[in-house]
Design a protein around this ligand. Structure first.
Ligand SMILES: [Cu+2]
Length: 265
């Protein structure tokens, strides 16, 4: 096609007509004529139309971005605050460009220290629960290590992931607790794999995982229970009464049953 096209052009046929004759989109023609573009496009040339910011104006915008009062603000916020004060310096995208090009390396203020973490060990424990996270063959859900021996060896076998011997059932409430109280849960992993356990709504304070220093309160949303290990946590079931779930955060395990329900009321 290119040869024919070249011949048509050589014969003085205009580009539009040559493309129409060959059924070749003109966009394709121009794209091919330009050759491949490797890497990022070159910067757009700003037309000399008198609208570009002068060097002094750009410097003023950069100085504005760097005033202490704006140290923690995003460019969009700075731009909007200035507009609120009836000051228009440039477009918001120009302000971004000036920040990127300019030497705007002001360090944000350090995040202030929050209040001391609460320590549930100072509070009464209203209940104790044990959750046993286990893996085994479906139909043999004791979670005993011996059941692991057949993993993958049979056509009809299927791994089961259980908590206290049961796979997830949304109709069942596994763990009722009293709203507003603190409970101590012992998370036991009797399987040969770690299970990162996530409880929705209420964070967990780790009080004993067997190896880390917990003299300072240690709070987590997800608590890893190591293979053959156990972790003790304290949970304050407050702020939100109702029903939710806890589950292994390895999605395969969760999908195959390692999830349970808790209801605070
Ligand atoms: Cu798991």
């Amino acid at each position: 096609m290119s040869a024919t096209f070249t011949e048509l052009r050589a014969a003085g046929i205009p580009i539009t007509r040559s493309c129409a004759l060959l059924g070749r989109p003109r966009a394709t023609h121009y794209r091919h004529a330009r050759g491949p573009v490797q890497g990022p496009r070159p910067a757009r040339a700003v037309p000399e139309n008198g609208q570009a910011l002068s060097g002094a104006e750009r410097a003023a915008v950069l100085a504005l971005i760097n005033i202490p009062a704006y140290a923690d603000l995003a460019i969009g916020q700075i731009w909007a605050r200035e507009l609120d004060e009836a000051r228009y310096w440039c477009s918001v995208s120009s302000m971004y460009r000036i920040k990127v090009v300019g030497d705007s390396a002001q360090t944000p203020r350090p995040v202030p220290a929050g209040p001391a973490l609460r320590d549930l060990r100072a509070e009464p424990v209203a209940g104790r629960k044990t959750l046993n996270f286990a893996m085994g063959m479906a139909g043999n859900m004791g979670g005993d290590a011996a059941t692991m021996g057949g993993m993958g060896s049979g056509e009809d076998t299927m791994m089961a992931f259980t908590i206290n011997g049961q796979e997830f059932n949304p109709e069942r409430t596994d763990t009722p607790v009293t709203a507003g109280t603190v409970e101590e849960w012992t998370l036991i992993n009797s399987s040969p794999m770690d299970h990162p356990i996530h409880l929705h709504v209420w964070p967990m304070q780790i009080i004993d995982d067997g190896y880390r220093d917990v003299s300072e309160p240690r709070w987590q949303d997800v608590v890893n229970v190591p293979a053959r290990g156990q972790v003790k946590v304290l949970i304050a079931f407050e702020d939100f009464p109702g029903r939710t779930v806890y589950h292994c955060h390895i999605l395969d395990h969760e999908d195959q049953g390692m999830m349970g329900t808790v209801e605070a009321r």
